[in-house]
Design a protein around this ligand. Sequence first.
Ligand code: DI6
Ligand code: FE
Length: 402
Amino acid sequence: MKHSVLTQAKLATMAPSGAPYGLVEDAAIAIEDGRIRWAGPREDLPAKWVRAEQTGLRGRLVTPALIDCHTHLIHGGNRAREFEMRLEGASYAEIARAGGGIVSTVAATRAEDEEALVRGALPRLDALVAEGVATIEIKSGYGLTVADELKMLRAARGLGEARRVRVKTSYLAAHAVPPEYKGRPDAYIDEVVLPGMDAAHAAGLADAVDGFCEGIAFSPEQMARVFEHARALGLPVKLHAEQLSNLGGAKLAASHGALSADHLEYLDLDGVAAMAAAGTVAVLLPGAFYTLRETQLPPVEALRAAGVPIAVATDCNPGSSPLVSLLLAMNMACTLFRLTPEEALAGATREAARALGHGAEIGTVEPGKRAELAVWDVEHPAELAYRIGFNPLHRLIIGDAE
Ligand code: DI6
Ligand code: FE
């Protein structure tokens, strides 16, 4: 049995204990067989752990390892040219209608094989892991044929094998209508999205099903068909909703018991209430808000008042959020959306775990959960969201302290 004890830690458990951040000033954490067995004030450490091998952390801050619960990490090419076009005045929707946007990344992604996709994504994954990320969600959605969507999902799984990181995949064939189905979105759903979902599910490649509900993508009626199919397979759903306009996507997602509804700048009170009732997590993506120079703010105060859990993620993608830093996403969530630093850290740990349907296993430092911890060279947890472009990670501990 492998066991060890971390001591001299300042511990932010992020468990809802009443204390801000669940903070314990002089803490000890006992780890056995990859799980947290005990965490609390050092002076209360049970006798059975006192004799175990101890690692002193010299007062460093320990938090749950970070979780990036919404990324498009796997993709071919980049969209720096589109960045230039936006600076010349074109809007995201105009570029999409002109055949740029998501569809241009589709061409680049179709052109790469699985190995090239993994190779291209590894530096991005490494940047996130270097900041303390131990779990990452990765979507398909740039293949848009059955074979290319499966290729993306296999590449995502490949990343999880290449690094010590947990990858949760989302099948996002309902991301855009590919050029060969232009004007025929329902045929695309029937001929690609639904059969591809069956194939991804049969191969164990999809942990959830996602979609983009928007004027430039799929209507609520179309997404409902996709969700019904997912639920018949027993797959949880989530949705890109209310990013550019309000089509009632969050409400639709909530009515299907969605794990999360993401973006949400145009969410209305009806949608907030539906999410609260369903326990659907609001995933805020300030990197896309920033990149698109959006001015409509997500209704954070209403989400809070309704008790909707709020997560924060990078949305790392080549178009609307070329952001490869979860710490910076946390900072932006505070400065742009007025989250507190505590909410931002909860959003990248506890609530991100819930958004992935994994809240029982990860996201807080509590007995029974996986021992996945980030150790930081900071004095207070508010520092994690406070600095811009600085990485204070000391080390990531996954499993038994090594
Ligand atoms: N909303 C987004 O922000 C990403 N996908 C989506 O549905 C953007 C994807 C892209 O622009 O490539
Ligand atoms: Fe996204």
